[in-house]
Design a protein around this ligand. Sequence first.
Ligand code: ADP
Ligand code: MG
Length: 212
Amino acid sequence: MSNTIPLTVLVDWLHRFRDAVVAQRDWLTELDSAIGDADHGANMARGMTAAVEKVDQTAPATADELFKAVGMTLVSTVGGASGPLYGTFFLRLGTSLGAVTEVTADALAAGLRAGLDGIVARGKAEAGDKTLFDAISPALQAMDAALAEGASAGTAARAAASAAADGRDATTDLVARKGRASYLGERSAGHVDPGSASATLLFEALAAAVAA
Ligand code: ADP
Ligand code: MG
């Protein structure tokens, strides 16, 4: 398998992520109703539906334009914390990749890392705060480790998705220290963090797109 990922695969990734958050809207909402305000499913489904519509209408020619369109749309259509956080993630990813029509797996991993750095700059989350950071950070560690061992983009993306799911599951026992769930204090423990669940869908969508 080639380690170069064309723009069409990045567009397919976004379609698959949109499809996943739409399909899992009720589950994401259920998770957010336990420790938040029951809008994470609606936020992600609305935001990604609008973002993919924008992409399909404007057909961006380069990776930076593609992810800029997604990031700007998420920031402007999602009112909750997840809009600016995912929006910043995609904006930073696009800036890192630049005006290219294909990306290497290493460049994608570096771009995703830049995206996570943007989330941290914006929301100040650290490991163990029970946020989407706790899915994305281990996913990127697994991706970097796989690529360092010479793995293909597909293998690295699958490793990332699996690590994200483990990180998501591990949020169950955590007490939230950021976002709405932190208002619950100790009572936030015993529930999966909704953002870590949507972030796992993001990496599962990437693995599926790269494998397709
Ligand atoms: P809101 O909390 O405004 O209702 P959402 O329900 O859409 O927004 O998103 C909630 C998710 O956002 C949480 O489950 C968590 O993963 C993530 N989140 C909230 N605050 C932060 C933060 N400061 N840093 C990182 N992620 C955060
Ligand atoms: Mg919410």
